[in-house]
Design a protein around this ligand. Structure first.
Ligand code: G1P
Ligand code: ZN
Length: 543
């Protein structure tokens, strides 16, 4: 017999979920009552009695044991049923799909996204809503408040559920359905994309490299690309999810996916390269000898989505986060579509997708997705690229160059200054915000400011207002610098500096981005006095 125990506990400081749930160092999460307090706070806010949830994670260290704790707590809180990915594995987009497909009451995803995993790295837990998207701020605030008041949590005394065995299990009076993590997701992809056309392209000798970075997309990529689409065996590398991601930093950008970049720029480069992150919601795409920036990728996907069966009827609208380049706006204007500029974080797209105002959305941080789920989706973006390549029968380089000629080019880069002292970062932003009213009209070595503000967003669906979403400085001629502090870092503060310059005209389209952006970079450093405040003159990561 199983028995429900009520365990006395007390609040633990710092259980405040950010834009992507609660993320902390793994030893913190494994500390006494830590995971339990947060999970109980989730259930206290959303209610568990009689409900059905989805559960899975990206396979990082502690994923399996955390899943057992969450299951025992769900049972003790009266949940009727939990659908779990086999081995407690689910990519974030696959979890979002399962939540929607099974009309559940939401899901718990165990992930710290692209942050490294392992005994001394990061762990995370987030709650997704019945629409499959991240919990909105009101909800995460309520969970946080609950963690500050908690006095007890409920736990079922029971043995572990065998999460390796697909099928129905019983945990107390709760049903646990262990499902294949890949099959429903792969079936969804088959409804959206022209699999026969992509299969024919691979059969014709098209070569691809997919780097899953020892994280969650490995099994998805092998099944979809190699088994269903016929890509050569070995196309997918680092395809086994490992608890420490093999020591890799599973963030698909040119810095961390360097092996892929080297191959794509090397002598025997395949036609197409891609990588995805820890939990499978991010993607990077690369052509032979050409890198596609995420903002450009969003624009190209939006301009060509109609070539895929799932989007053949056209798009309802295009949404991008504020720091993402305006390349997608050019496409929307040309196609006569509405475009939306939201604050950073996928949750802001949810309302637009639910209301049918947007079909495709994206962020400069290697996130692209559509209304098929309510999370960004790395493999989805990669498959849409493959679909476009299969129909157009052109190289990535040709598609990109034609795109720039048609729509103009938004040179773009993001500079990250990581692990800055928090007090110094706050002081820099205080000074920057105070300087905003006086910036208009000032000339920084030829860069004249036309507008400066702290971005505020009014949700067009529910009217909610989000303020202080990042400082924007616009310059004469369409250049822009944006300053934000990261909401997902786990060490000190991270300054993100986003740089953009718009050009048209054939001669100006093939400059190296960092040199094309040099005047904007210089102006941004002067405006925010980055070196004076932080002691840093150079970013650690450039994407
Ligand atoms: C980062 C990205 C942001 C993304 C988030 C979750 O957040 O910049 O676009 O939505 O991760 O993947 P940040 O650390 O900048 O707050
Ligand atoms: Zn992620």
């Amino acid at each position: 017999m199983t028995q429900i125990t009520t365990v006395a506990t007390q609040p633990i400081a710092g259980q405040k979920p950010g834009t992507s749930g609660l993320r902390k160092k793994t030893p913190v999460f494994m500390g006494r009552h830590y995971l339990e307090n947060f999970v109980q706070s989730i259930f206290d806010v959303v209610g568990a009695a009689g409900k059905t949830f989805v559960l899975g994670g990206d396979g990082r260290y502690f994923n399996d044991r955390a899943a057992q704790v969450i299951l025992r707590m769900a049972a003790a809180n009266g949940a009727a049923r939990v659908i779990v990915g086999q081995g407690a594995i689910l990519s974030t987009p696959a979890a979002s799909h399962l939540i929607r497909l099974n009309k559940t009451d939401g899901g718990i995803i165990m992930s710290a996204s692209h942050n490294p995993g392992g005994p001394n790295e990061d762990f995370g837990v987030k709650f997704n809503m019945p629409n499959g998207g991240p919990a909105p701020e009101g909800m995460t605030e309520a969970m946080y408040k609950r963690t500050t008041e908690i006095t007890e949590y409920r736990m079922l005394e029971a043995q572990d559920v065998d999460l390796g065995a697909i099928g129905r299990h019983q945990l107390g009076s709760m049903v646990v359905d262990v499902v294949d993590p890949v099959s429903d997701y792969a079936a969804l992809m088959e409804t959206l994309f022209d699999f026969p056309a992509i299969r024919a392209m691979f059969a014709g000798g098209f070569r691809m490299r997919m780097d899953s970075m020892c994280a969650v997309t490995g099994p998805y990529a092998v099944e979809i690309l190699e088994n269903r689409l016929g890509a050569a065996k070995g196309t997918c590398v680092n395809a086994t999810p490992l608890p420490d991601f093999g020591g890799m930093h599973p963030d698909p950008n040119p810095t961390w996916a360097k092996a892929l970049m080297d191959e794509m720029f090397g002598p025997d480069a395949p036609d197409f390269g891609a990588a995805s992150d820890g939990d499978g919601d991010r993607n990077m795409v690369v052509g032979r000898g050409i890198y596609v920036s995420p903002s450009d990728s969003l624009a190209v996907l939006a301009a060509n989505a109609h070539l895929a069966p799932g989007y053949a009827k056209g798009l309802k609208g295009i949404a991008r986060s504020m720091p993402t380049s305006a390349a997608a706006d050019r496409v929307a204007e040309a196609l006569g579509l509405h475009h939306y500029e939201t604050p950073t974080g996928w949750k802001f797209f949810g309302n637009l997708l639910d209301a049918g105002k947007a079909t495709i959305c994206g962020e400069e941080s290697f996130g692209t997705g559509s209304d098929h789920v309510r999370e960004k989706d790395g493999l989805w973006a990669i498959l849409l690229w493959l679909n476009i390549l299969a129909v157009k029968q052109e190289s990535v380089a040709k598609i990109l160059h034609d795109h720039f000629h048609r729509f103009g080019r938004n040179y773009y880069s993001r500079h990250d200054f990581e692990a800055i002292d928090t007090a110094r970062a706050d002081a820099m932003f205080a000074d920057l915000r105070a300087a905003l009213p006086g910036l208009k009209g000032r000339d920084f070595d030829g860069m004249v400011v036309t507008h400066a503000d702290d971005f505020a967003y009014t949700d067009p669906v529910d009217g909610s207002v989000s303020t202080r979403q990042g400082v924007r400085v616009l310059f004469d001629g369409g250049s822009r610098a944006v300053f934000r502090l990261s909401g997902t870092g786990t060490e000190g503060a991270t300054l993100r500096l986003y740089l953009e310059r718009f050009v048209t005209g054939p001669d100006e389209l093939s400059e190296e981005p960092q040199s094309a952006l040099a005047p904007v970079i210089r102006a941004a450093h002067q405006i925010a006095a980055i070196a004076e405040h932080t002691g840093r003159t150079e970013p650690n990561v450039v994407t």
